[in-house]
Design a protein around this ligand. Structure first.
Ligand SMILES: [Ca+2]
Ligand SMILES: [Ca+2]
Length: 252
């Protein structure tokens, strides 16, 4: 069980060192000098881009988007020239872009990396043949999730168990569901993988985790007022899903 603790520590360290290192260049104000390079790159492939760079369509709207769409890095609900521009600038070395946008949504061919093939696929979809073999603009399947989403469940510090079903895209693989995994969390949630709701487990412990597979029922309860987190991790510690803002209200 050490794997997920190490993984969460890595998340925390990343959060602490995630400040932009190129502050003068705002991701919302693309540098026009780079634009010619993008135009030329596509011109060599027989695709003509618009004469001027796109206007930003995000990431202000990112939080409003529940369903992630393949290609929609800004999370505004549509795949546009701006999403392509984001990918180009990222591939050109402006890697600080990654913290403002959903770069995983720009992994068009789903091979685990953002590269020039993804750029070509996106450009061809938007300005070229319009072919769409990878489903750009369609909802992305999450590698794992909870039903209902924890955003829709109100926890209070009463120890009452809330029922969730675990979904795992790779049906044969087991995952670890962890609560209270971030050092900033107030220790406030308890978790159980029993078939039926158990008795009162409170007070909560830090880094509580249970193993589950696709379709399994788990239970999560609020024990103390504060904010906590829920992570779904692969067995190697990879984060498959997270909700880092799980408020627990006062008991009535
Ligand atoms: Ca977009
Ligand atoms: Ca890719």
């Amino acid at each position: 069980m050490r794997g997920w603790k190490i993984a969460l520590l890595a998340v925390l360290l990343a959060a602490c060192t995630d400040e932009p290192r190129h502050a003068p260049l705002s991701p919302l104000e693309p540098a026009n000098s780079d634009y010619a390079a993008l135009v030329n790159w596509f011109a060599e492939r027989g695709i003509t881009l618009p004469a001027t760079p796109p206007s930003p369509d995000g990431p202000a709207a990112k939080a409003a988007q529940d369903e992630r769409l393949l290609g929609d890095a800004s999370g505004n609900g549509s795949v546009t020239f701006y999403d392509l521009w984001v990918l180009f600038r990222y591939l050109s070395g402006e890697v600080f872009f990654a913290q403002h946008f959903d770069m995983d949504a720009l992994d068009i061919d789903r091979d685990g990396a953002n590269d020039w093939i993804d750029l070509a696929l996106l450009g061809d979809f938007l300005f070229g043949s319009g072919e769409n073999p990878h489903g750009i603009g369609q909802a992305m399947e999450e590698p794992a999730s909870l039903t209902p989403h924890s955003d829709t469940v109100s926890f209070v510090a009463d120890g009452a168990w809330k029922r969730f079903t675990v979904q795992v895209a790779e049906e044969d693989s087991s995952v670890v569901v962890v609560v209270n995994g971030l050092s900033l969390d107030t220790v406030s949630l308890e978790i159980s993988a029993r078939a039926e709701a158990p008795g009162n487990y409170c007070p909560a412990e830090r880094n509580d985790g249970v193993t589950a597979s696709d379709g399994d029922v788990i239970w999560i309860a609020g024990c103390s007022e504060g904010n906590s987190s829920i992570f779904i991790l692969a067995q190697d510690g990879t984060i498959l899903w997270s909700d880092v803002s799980v408020p627990v209200g006062p008991s009535q």
